[in-house]
Design a protein around this ligand. Structure first.
Ligand SMILES: Cc1cc2nc3c(=O)[nH]c(=O)nc-3n(C[C@H](O)[C@H](O)[C@H](O)COP(=O)(O)OP(=O)(O)OC[C@H]3O[C@@H](n4cnc5c(N)ncnc54)[C@H](O)[C@@H]3O)c2cc1C
Length: 441
């Protein structure tokens, strides 16, 4: 490097983690470097083989690619191939303790994709689709990134550069190290131990189960709908059943879930009624960690933390956030520089914008919690949505708020301001006496 903290021809970048964030960072860093006529080298450290089924290739996730991400990637020239998509989604079926309602995309198009991040559940029946993480990693390799299958187990500052080690062997002394290792491994400690002030994000324990079913039953019963559950089960914010090829992925989000809460949810009458009568088995389950609050010190000289290891979107569209943050870090590093000051000026505003937006998200989830514990409010909401969906109210205010809230289509801030809407409140209020009369009857 000729100028301090500026990437030049021959500069080396080490990316720890080849999930969506690591791949997005690498794709954009290499593309941007070419734009400014620089030849940089990017090495992605990723021990998982995303073509493998089971834990060896799995990055534990619901696998919903939001409409926003599908569209943004298309604009970037990255079209998701059919071979990747397990099922296109055009609607959500919302289940509450007091009834269910469909919420469809206005155009009834399958604008959301469901994928597997790796090869799918162990011993997957009906293999034949590609993995999303492998697809992105392959794109990064096409751009020129080198994939190294080693797991990084120590990072220290040698002089003013980070030095990466694996199994006691020095791997690299790059100009920049990108922390894209998520929150589901123990790797956060390596960056904490570097001593620049990074502390891992606050996390909660979520739950995932893969439910194996005949593909025709999935098509007939679930079609192209994600089933969403807003039930007053302790510790659970919401849950989703995401139809794929020969499995339905059940994701339960909340605070510190465990097997008992998971079983309580699966055995809930509303959940059992939402399942097809035909045989189905739980092929695998896990309790992955989920980022709910970003770390305070996500960068230093020659280090930047992205995606789940940094700031992400609360309870939705983590892969969309991986795109936003991976690209923002690449832009700061390639067009500006890799010092603490460069990241503070060029990367932190984007990082902070997700944190600010999540504050609105927290308020919206608090409101949702209130709603699902109150039968009158829940019934009023169902009435309003039903009316909107049947075409009796073409403004679809509440439907679009719920759609954007759970699909990751829109920033929480915008949803919040649309929610604070007088005509919508009036409509909900109008439904309350009717709900009370029906309850009394
Ligand atoms: C229950 C649940 C459901 C979710 N559902 C969705 C959803 O439907 N849609 C959505 O958009 N998001 C969803 N998310 C969020 C999404 O999974 C994350 O936001 C996304 O995976 C973040 O990508 P990442 O690349 O930052 O981290 P990860 O995907 O966790 O990838 C990190 C990578 O780093 C590698 N790594 C770790 N340590 C090391 C090391 N020491 N050396 C080398 N490599 C290492 C790992 O092997 C891994 O491949 C869900 C999350 C949870 C917990």
């Amino acid at each position: 490097m000729t100028a301090p903290y500026v990437l030049e021809d021959g500069s080396d970048i080490a990316v720890v983690g080849g999930g969506p964030t690591g791949s997005f960072f690498s794709i954009f860093a290499l593309k941007m470097a070419r734009i400014v006529g620089k030849e940089i080298r990017v090495t992605i450290y990723e021990p998982k083989d995303f073509t493998k089924d089971g834990p060896l290739g799995c990055n534990r996730c619901g696998g919903i690619i939001s409409e926003l991400l599908v569209q943004t990637l298309a604009v970037e020239g990255i079209t998701l191939p059919e071979s990747l998509v397990q099922r296109g989604i055009n609607s959500y079926k919302l289940h509450t303790g007091h009834g269910s309602v469909y919420i469809a995309t206005p155009a009834h198009e399958k604008t959301i994709a469901t994928v597997y991040r790796g090869g799918g559940p162990k011993g997957i029946i009906g293999r034949g689709k590609e993995s999303f993480d492998n697809f992105l990693l392959s794109l990064a390799k096409k751009e020129g990134a080198v994939h190294c299958r080693e797991r990084i187990d120590r990072i220290e500052y040698g002089g003013n550069r980070p030095v990466l080690f694996s199994k006691g062997k020095k791997m690299q002394e790059p100009d920049l190290v990108v922390g894209a290792m998520g929150v589901k491994s123990g790797t956060s400690a390596l960056f904490e131990d570097m001593g620049f002030g990074y502390r891992r994000p606050e996390t909660v324990t979520a739950a995932i189960a893969e439910i194996s079913m005949d593909s025709t039953i999935i098509s007939e019963h679930f079609g192209h709908s994600v089933n969403l559950f807003l039930l007053p089960v302790k510790g659970i914010k919401f849950a989703a059943m995401i139809p794929k090829g020969t499995y339905v992925t059940l994701c339960i989000l909340g605070r510190n879930l465990d097997r008992d809460i998971m079983n309580e949810f699966i055995n809930h009458i509303v959940v059992r009624n939402a399942m097809p009568a035909a045989a189905h088995t739980i092929a695998c389950r896990c309790l992955p960690k989920m980022n709910i609050s970003a770390p305070q010190k996500p960068f230093a000289d020659r280090v930047v933390m992205c995606g789940d290891a940094g700031s992400t979107r609360l309870f939705k569209d983590g892969m969309g956030a991986a795109y936003i943050m991976g690209k923002a870090a690449a832009k700061a590093a390639v067009f500006h520089g890799v010092s603490n000051a460069h990241f503070e000026k060029e990367y932190y505003p984007v990082y902070k914008s997700l944190i600010t937006d999540n504050r609105f998200g927290k308020m919206l989830f608090e409101a949702t919690d209130l709603l699902k514990h109150n039968s009158v409010l829940t019934k009023s909401m169902l009435e309003v949505v039903q009316r909107e969906q049947s075409g009796k109210d073409d403004q679809r205010r509440l439907s679009s708020i719920l759609w954007d809230m759970f699909t990751g289509n829109e920033r929480y801030r915008n949803i919040f301001y649309r929610g604070v809407n007088i005509p919508l409140f009036l409509r909900l209020l109008k439904e309350i006496p009717l709900s009370l009369i029906r309850r009394a009857a």
